[in-house]
Every structure is written in structure tokens, then in C-alpha cells.
Design a protein. Structure first.
Length: 246
């Protein structure tokens, strides 16, 4: 008997089956979906992230076309599930024994298309995907794409640029993080400030604190208050006070 391929509708039905209306209200507030807020108009059905991840794991064989259907859904949890599945597909195609660079390139193309048409449009969606797809893809390639994204009008494209560098930081490379940070020093959107400070902090934590302090020696006075607070979080109190005073 031929096994029926899973569809986006199957994933959506599984999410609806465990949705909690009370959680939906909480999530819509938490992710700032009100008028004028960064997540304005986003729709939540009330499924927590660990549950969404569990459902996504059940549908790991979902095709790229069906993932696109999820990414174009108005429901936030559908888009999150689609990205989690795409992450897993990309990771599998990146392993030595299942390496498929053609498949990887197609997944990157589809991911970027979704980002640019506004479907990766909240901080959790960016954070769950950028470092797992764009970061590994660019690990051995020119990184011009990230500087293009950093110049975009879209907040989410700029955040994708920054969060993609987390993959480089984890492999001991801070160069692109610093280059992007210099481009985005004057970006005062709260979600860029937080991402910028977070990535700088991770350089100090995961690679070398001297790299972080060297950057701060040059740029602390230009960083926004939020970015500086995040970046210096793990420094000792005296050093933290020194940079924050600037």
C-alpha cells in the first residue's frame, strides 16, 4: 500500500487539535500584535513552542511546496512549524552522509523568498531559522547577502542578517558579526538593538572577551542603550559600568 505524503493541511490540523484559546490571547500580547506594534495583525491559535516543535518532527517528510503553504499561512504557529521542518530538512542535507548541495540551495532560495515576502515576520521566526539555514549556507561562501539584508527597509531582513552570524560565532568567527554591527550601529529599532547586543555578547562569551572589549573600546559610545546593555551583560561590574557610562 502506497504511503500518502503529508500535507500542510495535516500539520495545520494537528496544530488546531492542541490549540488553547487562552494561550492564543497571551501569545498575541507577548508578540506585540496590536495596532502599530511590530507584530501587528499576526494571528495565534495558542500552541506553545515545544508542542509546535513536536508536531513539526512528526511531519519531517513534508515537501518544500507544502512548507511554502505553511509559510504563507496567516497563523503564526503554522509558519513556525514550517520553519522548524525546513531547519531539519536543511540539517539533513548538510550532513556528510546525506549531503545534497542542490537541495540546500533550493531551501535557501525558498527561505529567502519567504523572508522577502514578509512571511518570516516576528523575532521568534527569525531566531529559529536564520542561524540554522543562512548561517551554515554561507559558512564557506562570500557573505555579501548579509550586507544586502542589513540595508533592507524590513526590520526582519535586518534581524536575519544579524542572527545568521550566530552560526559563524559558534564556529569561532566574529568577523562578519563585527562588520554588520558597524553597519547597524545607528539602527535604533528595539529588536535590532537586542539582536546586535546579543550577538556581540556571544562573541565575548563563546570566542574571546578581548574581541568584545576591543569592539566596545571603539564603538560603545555609538551603541544604543539597549544594545550596550545586552553586549556587556557578562562583563564584570567595573568593566560593565565603564562601557555603559559612555
Amino acid at each position: 500500500m502506497t504511503e500518502v505524503a503529508p500535507t500542510a493541511a495535516d500539520v495545520q490540523a494537528a496544530l488546531v487539535a492542541v490549540a488553547d484559546p487562552a494561550d492564543a490571547i497571551h501569545l498575541q500580547r507577548f508578540f506585540k500584535t496590536g495596532p502599530g506594534e511590530y507584530g501587528e495583525g499576526d494571528v495565534f491559535i495558542g500552541v506553545r513552542v515545544p508542542v509546535t516543535r513536536g508536531i513539526a518532527k512528526r511531519f519531517a517528510a513534508l515537501s518544500l511546496d507544502e512548507i511554502d503553504v505553511l509559510l504563507d499561512s496567516p497563523v503564526h504557529e503554522d509558519r513556525l512549524a514550517g520553519l522548524v521542518i525546513l531547519n531539519a530538512r536543511f540539517a539533513k542535507a548538510s550532513k556528510p552522509n546525506t549531503f545534497d548541495d542542490v537541495a540546500r540551495a533550493e531551501m535557501v532560495r525558498r527561505y529567502l523568498a519567504a523572508v522577502r515576502r514578509g512571511r518570516v515576520n516576528n523575532w521568534d521566526l527569525v531566531d529559529v531559522s536564520a542561524e540554522n539555514i543562512i548561517g551554515p549556507w554561507l559558512s564557506d561562501k562570500p557573505r555579501d547577502l548579509l550586507f544586502e539584508l542589513a540595508e533592507a527597509d524590513s526590520l526582519w531582513e535586518r534581524r536575519v542578517a544579524l542572527l545568521s552570524t550566530f552560526a559563524f560565532i559558534k564556529s569561532g568567527d566574529a568577523t562578519t558579526t563585527f562588520e554588520l554591527a558597524e553597519r547597524l550601529l545607528d539602527d535604533r529599532h528595539d529588536l535590532i538593538q537586542k539582536a546586535l547586543g546579543w550577538m556581540l555578547r556571544e562573541v565575548g562569551k563563546r570566542i574571546d572577551q578581548r574581541l568584545l572589549t576591543g569592539f566596545l573600546d571603539q564603538h560603545a559610545a555609538q551603541l544604543g542603550r539597549t544594545a550596550l546593555s545586552y553586549a556587556t551583560e557578562h562583563l564584570d561590574a567595573e568593566l560593565r559600568a565603564h562601557y555603559r557610562a559612555q
